[in-house]
Design a binder for this molecule. Structure first.
Ligand code: HEM
Length: 448
C-alpha cells in the first residue's frame, strides 16, 4: 500500500531562483523544544502558517525543508538517493549503526548491499516467518499480567527483538545469540539520544566521558557479533541456512571477494536497530488505538475468529498513518531539485514529512480519527501514505514488519481482550526519530 511506483502528470511551474521556502522565524533550539513538546501539533501549525512546504532550522541541521505535498514527496523519494552526505547528521547515527550499515551507506555500496539483502526481506519470503513470529508472540503474551493497566512498550520490544534476532541469526540459540539479545534488550539508555548530538564524544576515551558506558556496551555488542560471524564462517552448512547472517557470510562482491567482518557487523546491527524499535512502537500504538476504539476492536476480534486478514492489515495501516513509527524520510539533495515551484539548492536536507502529510484533512477526511475502514475502500492517492518511505532507500523491512504486526495482533486478539487504561489518551512523544506513546502504551488485558 502507499504510493509505490505510480506517477502523475507534473506540469512544471516557473521556478524561483534557488532559495528555501518560508518557515518559522524562531531560533533553531526553540523550534526543537516545540517539536519535542508536541511534534505533530507543531507541524500542523507550520502547515497552516506557511503552507505545505516549509523550512525548519533545528539542530543539527542549519536548515531542512519539510514537504507534505504528495507530489513533492514523490520528487524527494524518487529523485534523490543520498540520505546524509558525510557530516554532522550521519556522524550522529554512526555510534548506533556503524558507517557500513544500509542506513548510512551510499552509492554503489548501498546498491550492492540492497541487492544482497532484498531476497531475504522480499514480501512473499517474509510471509514464511509469520507462524514463527506468532509463536514468539504467544510465548510473551501468555506472561503478561491481567486485569490492571500495563504499558505494552517493553513487552512489544521483547517480541520484536526475538523476532528480528531469529531472522538475522537463526533459530538455534547459542549462548552468544542470547547474550547479544539481552545486551540490546537492556536498551539504549534514554541519555544516549542526547549524547548522539555530540558525535565527537564517541571518539574520545577519557574516564569522565559521559559516552563511556555506551562505548563499553557497543564494544561488547561488537565482540558478540564478531563471535557469531566467526562461528557461522566456520559452519559448513551455512549455504543451506535461511538467516540473514548466513546470506551475508555466503555473499561475494563483483570480484568474488567475501564481505569483511566489519561490513557484516554493521549491516546486522543496522537491521537489528532499525528493525525492532520501529515495529515494537507501531505494535504498542496499535494496541493503544484499539483499546480506545471499540468498533475496531470488535470487528478485529470477529475477523480473527473467522480466520481473515483484511481488517488486521487495515488496522496496521491506520496505525502507521495516525502514529507513524518513523517521523519522516530524509534525503540530501545532491543536485538542484524542484519542490512546489522552489528551486532547492544542492546540499539542502529535504524531508518527506510523512507525519504531517498523514494528517492533512484534504487528503484524509477527519484525519485524527482512528478508522481502519478507510484502508478497506481502495488505495489512498499516490504518495499520500508513505510510512516506509520510497524509492531506492525504501524501508527494506517493510514487508517483514507488516507480516510481524499481523502475526502479533492476530495472536493477541485471539488470546486476550483489550480494554483502555483509565488515563487520558497518550500523547505522541518524539524519541529520536520515532513517536512513542507518552505513558508507554497502557492498556488493560483480560484472558478470553
Ligand atoms: C513499523 C515498522 C517500520 C517502519 C514504520 C519503518 C520505517 C522506515 C522508514 C520511513 C525508512 C526510511 C525510508 C526512506 O528513507 O525512504 C526506513 C528505512 C529502513 N528500514 Fe524501516 N521501518 C520499519 C521496520 C523495519 C524493519 C523490521 C527493518 C529490518 C528488518 C527495517 C530496516 C530498515 C533499513 C535497513 C532502512 C534503511 C534502508 C535504506 O536506506 O536502504 N525497518 N524504515
Amino acid at each position: 500500500m502507499g504510493g509505490g511506483t505510480q506517477t502523475h502528470a507534473r506540469p512544471r511551474p516557473p521556478l524561483t531562483p534557488p532559495r528555501l521556502p518560508p518557515g518559522p522565524a524562531s531560533p533553531g533550539p526553540w523550534q526543537l523544544i516545540r517539536c519535542q513538546a508536541n511534534f505533530a501539533g507543531y507541524l500542523d501549525a507550520c502547515m497552516r502558517r506557511h503552507g505545505p512546504l516549509f523550512t525548519l532550522r533545528m539542530p543539527p541541521f542549519e536548515a531542512f525543508v519539510a514537504a507534505t505535498e504528495p507530489r513533492d514527496v514523490e520528487t524527494i523519494l524518487l529523485d534523490t538517493t543520498t540520505r546524509f552526505e558525510p557530516g554532522a547528521a550521519s556522524a550522529i547515527l554512526e555510534p548506533l549503526v556503524g558507517p557500513a550499515s544500509l542506513i548510512l551507506s551510499a552509492g554503489p555500496q548501498h546498491m550492492h548491499q540492497r541487492r544482497l539483502l532484498l531476497p531475504a526481506f522480499h514480501g512473499k519470503l517474509a510471509e514464511r516467518w509469520e507462524q514463527q513470529i506468532a509463536e514468539i508472540a504467544a510465548r510473551h503474551l501468555a506472561r503478561l499480567p491481567l486485569s490492571a493497566p500495563i504499558p505494552l512498550r517493553e513487552p512489544m520490544r521483547e517480541i520484536a527483538l526475538d523476532a528480528i534476532c531469529r531472522i538475522l541469526f537463526g533459530g538455534d540459540e547459542p549462548a552468544t545469540y542470547r547474550a547479544l539479545r539481552d545486551e540490546v534488550a537492556r536498551g539504549l539508555d534514554p541519555r544516549i539520544v542526547v549524547l548522539l548530538w555530540f558525535p565527537t564524544l564517541w571518539r574520545r576515551h577519557g574516564r569522565l566521558n559521559p559516552a563511556r558506558p555506551h562505548q563499553r556496551r557497543r564494544a561488547h555488542i561488537h565482540g558478540l557479533v564478531h563471535e557469531l560471524i566467526a562461528r557461522r564462517r566456520a559452519d559448513a552448512t551455512h549455504a543451506e541456512r535461511d538467516d540473514v547472517l548466513s546470506v551475508l557470510v555466503a555473499a561475494r562482491d563483483e570480484h568474488g571477494e567475501p564481505l569483511s567482518d566489519g561490513e557484516i557487523r554493521d549491516l546486522l546491527l543496522g537491521l537489528l536497530m532499525a528493525g525492532h524499535e520501529t515495529t515494537a512502537n507501531a505494535l504498542t500504538w496499535a494496541f493503544e488505538r484499539l483499546s480506545r476504539t471499540p468498533h475496531a476492536r470488535e470487528r478485529l476480534a470477529e475477523e480473527v475468529r473467522a480466520g481473515g486478514t483484511a481488517y488486521v492489515d487495515a488496522v496496521v495501516s491506520e496505525t502507521l498513518r495516525t502514529r507513524p513509527s518513523v517521523i519522516d524520510a530524509v534525503r540530501t539533495a545532491t543536485s538542484e531539485i524542484e519542490l512546489s515551484g522552489y528551486a532547492i539548492p544542492p546540499g539542502t536536507v529535504v524531508s518527506a514529512m510523512l507525519t504531517a502529510m498523514h494528517r492533512r484533512p484534504d487528503l484524509w477526511p477527519d484525519p485524527l480519527a482512528f478508522r481502519p475502514e478507510r484502508f478497506l475502500d481502495g488505495r489512498p492517492p499516490p504518495y499520500s501514505y508513505m510510512p516506509f518511505g520510497g524509492g531506492v532507500r525504501h524501508c527494506i523491512g517493510a514487508s517483514l514488519s507488516l507480516v510481524e504486526m499481523r502475526a502479533v495482533l492476530r495472536t493477541a486478539v485471539g488470546m486476550l481482550d483489550i480494554a483502555p487504561a483509565p488515563n487520558r489518551e497518550e500523547r505522541m512523544r518524539l524519541t529520536g526519530i520515532t513517536l512513542t506513546p507518552s505513558r508507554g502504551g497502557r492498556v488493560v488485558l483480560a484472558r478470553r
